[in-house]
Design a protein around this ligand. Structure first.
Ligand SMILES: C[S@@+](CC[C@H](N)C(=O)[O-])C[C@H]1O[C@@H](n2cnc3c(N)ncnc32)[C@H](O)[C@@H]1O
Length: 435
C-alpha cells in the first residue's frame, strides 16, 4: 500500500514535467513544455520546427494537430493555433531573458544564467532532475512544485535561505520579507500535512539588525506567524550544536568583542496536532554509556538521595530495569562535514559545477526523519540544495520529494543516487555542464 501511494505521487510529480494530454487550451502547461524543450536542448540551438516537434512529443499532441489551420482575425488568414501559442511562449521566454536569438532566423537557445553564474528555471517550469524508486528531485521554484502537490505529507524537513546581510550565491529574501516568504512556501505544504505529521525548520539565530550587534526578532515573528496564520503548534526548539562552525559574527565577536562566537542553529519543530504527532524517540535511541550499562547490570542504584528540593529522588533499584537505549537530549551535536557532503563536493568538482556552500551533514535530516516519520512516509524538502534530505530519506526507506531552483546543485547531487533502486536521470540533465 505504501509503495502504491508513493508511486502514485512520483507519477504525478513526473507527469507535471513530462508529457501531458489535453494540453491544448491549457496555456500554463504548454508554456512549461516550451520552456522545458529549450531546457532539454541545453546549449544546442533549436529551430522552430524542432521546437514544435519537441513540444508535441512532450505534451502528447498528435502530429496532425500541428497542421490544422484555422482562420484568424478580420483577414481570415489561416494559422495553426498550437504553433502560434508556442511562438507566443517563445516570445515570453525571450522577453524574460531565458532564451536569446541565435544566428539563424527562428532559432533560439536556452539561457538562464543568474548574476552569480547559477541556473534557475523560469517561473512555472518544473522538471524532474532525477528520480529513484522512492523519490524525486525536481528542478523548479518550490512554490510551483508544492503548490501542485496533492499527496499527504508526513514530514517537511528543510533549511531555507536565511535573510543574511550578505546573501549566499543562491540569493534569498531580506529580513523584512522573511516571514511572508516562508509562509507563502509553507501554506501549500501545511495544507497537505498529515495531522500526525511534522515540520522541522532549520534557521539561523544569527540575523542581525542593520549595522547593529542587536539580533533581529524575525525568528520570533516567524514562530508566531506559523502558529497564528497557519495553525501550527511549536513542539520544540532543537539545538544543532556545530563545533566546526566558522567563527563569527566577525564584526561583533572578533572586532568590537561584544558578542560570543556562535556555535549552534535552532531547528524549530512544529505539529498541526501535537497530541497526534507520530514522533517516537524509540526510533532514535542511543547506546547507553558504559557507566549506565554497568549500573543496570548491577541492578540499579543502591543509595537513597533527593535533589532539587525533592524534584528528583533516587532510591535503591532505580535505573536497574534494562532499557533498549538512551533517550537523546534535544541537542544534536555534529559538525557540518561528513562523508556524504565530501562525496557531493567531489562530484560537483568533477563535473565542473559550483559547489553548494551551505549544506547539512547527512546526520541532521537522518535524525529528524527517523524521529518524526515511519518507513514509507512521505518526506519533502522545498529547499533541497544538495538533496541531503532525499539521500537520508532514501537510505531510511521513506518516500521523498525535494525541490531546488538551481539546476547546477541538482546535477551535482545526482551521482550520489546512482546506485539507488530505480535511479533515472533525463539525458538533458545528465548532459548539463553549466557552461
Ligand atoms: C540553505 S540551502 C539548503 C541546503 C540543504 N539543506 C542541503 O543540505 O544541501 C537553501 C537552498 O534553497 C534553494 N532555494 C532558494 N529559494 C528557492 C525556491 N524558491 N525554490 C526552490 N529552491 C530554493 C537555494 O538554491 C539553496 O540551495
Amino acid at each position: 500500500m505504501e509503495d502504491e501511494a508513493g508511486n502514485r505521487f512520483l507519477q504525478d510529480a513526473k507527469a507535471e514535467a513530462e508529457p501531458m494530454t489535453g494540453i491544448i487550451g491549457r496555456q500554463g502547461e504548454l508554456f512549461a513544455h516550451v520552456a522545458a524543450a529549450y531546457c532539454d536542448a541545453g546549449e544546442t540551438p533549436i529551430s522552430n520546427a524542432d521546437l514544435y516537434a519537441a513540444v508535441a512529443a512532450r505534451a502528447n499532441i498528435p502530429p496532425k494537430a500541428l497542421d490544422e489551420r484555422t482562420p484568424i482575425g478580420r483577414s481570415g488568414q489561416k494559422h495553426n493555433l498550437i504553433r502560434r501559442a508556442m511562438r507566443w511562449h517563445q516570445q515570453t521566454l525571450k522577453e524574460a531573458g531565458v532564451i536569446e536569438h541565435a544566428d539563424a532566423r527562428g532559432v533560439w537557445r536556452f539561457v538562464s544564467t543568474t548574476k552569480n553564474g547559477l541556473h534557475e528555471p523560469l517561473a512555472g517550469v518544473r522538471l524532474v532532475a532525477f528520480s529513484t524508486r522512492l523519490g524525486v528531485a525536481i528542478w523548479g521554484d518550490c512554490m510551483d512544485v508544492f503548490g501542485a502537490l496533492r499527496e499527504e505529507i508526513h514530514l517537511v524537513v528543510t533549511s531555507p535561505p536565511y535573510p543574511l546581510a550578505k546573501a549566499r550565491a543562491y540569493g534569498g529574501p531580506t529580513e523584512p520579507e522573511y516571514v511572508d516568504f516562508i509562509l507563502r512556501v509553507f501554506e501549500p505544504l501545511v495544507r497537505n500535512l498529515a495531522p500526525s505529521g511534522s515540520i522541522a525548520l532549520n534557521l539561523s539565530n544569527d540575523i542581525f539588525l542593520a549595522n547593529s550587534p542587536g539580533r533581529s526578532l524575525c525568528l520570533e515573528r516567524l514562530v508566531l506567524a506559523l502558529h497564528d496564520r497557519l495553525g501550527l503548534h511549536l513542539m520544540d526548539r532543537l539545538v544543532w550544536s556545530n563545533p566546526s562552525k566558522a567563527p563569527g559574527p566577525v564584526r561583533w565577536a572578533s572586532m568590537t568583542r561584544q558578542h560570543l562566537n556562535v556555535g549552534y542553529e535552532p531547528i524549530y519543530w512544529f505539529s498541526p496536532d501535537p497530541a497526534r504527532a507520530r514522533s517516537n524517540n524509540r526510533r532514535v535511541l542511543e547506546p547507553h554509556t558504559e557507566r549506565h550499562a554497568a549500573l543496570q547490570a548491577r541492578g540499579g542504584e543502591s543509595r537513597c538521595a533527593s535533589y532539587s528540593d525533592g524534584a528528583y529522588r533516587i532510591h535503591p533499584g532505580r535505573f536497574g530495569t534494562p532499557t533498549a537505549g538512551r533517550i537523546p537530549r534535544n541537542v544534536i551535536t555534529c559538525g557540518h562535514k561528513c562523508a556524504d557532503a565530501a562525496k557531493y563536493r567531489s562530484d560537483a568538482r568533477a563535473l565542473g559545477l559550483p559547489v553548494h556552500g551551505a549544506g547539512w551533514p547527512l546526520s541532521i535530516p537522518d535524525f529528524l526523519i527517523r524521529f518524526l516519520t515511519e518507513p514509507g512516509d512521505l518526506v519533502v524538502d522545498p529547499f533541497g540544495g544538495r538533496v541531503s534530505t532525499g539521500m537520508a530519506a532514501e537510505r531510511l526507506g521513506r518516500r521523498w520529494v525535494c525541490a531546488e531552483k538551481i539546476i547546477d546543485y541538482l546535477r551535482a547531487a545526482a551521482p550520489r543516487f546512482a546506485s539507488c533502486d530505480g535511479f533515472s536521470i533525463p539525458d538533458s540533465v545528465s548532459a548539463w555542464t553549466g557552461k
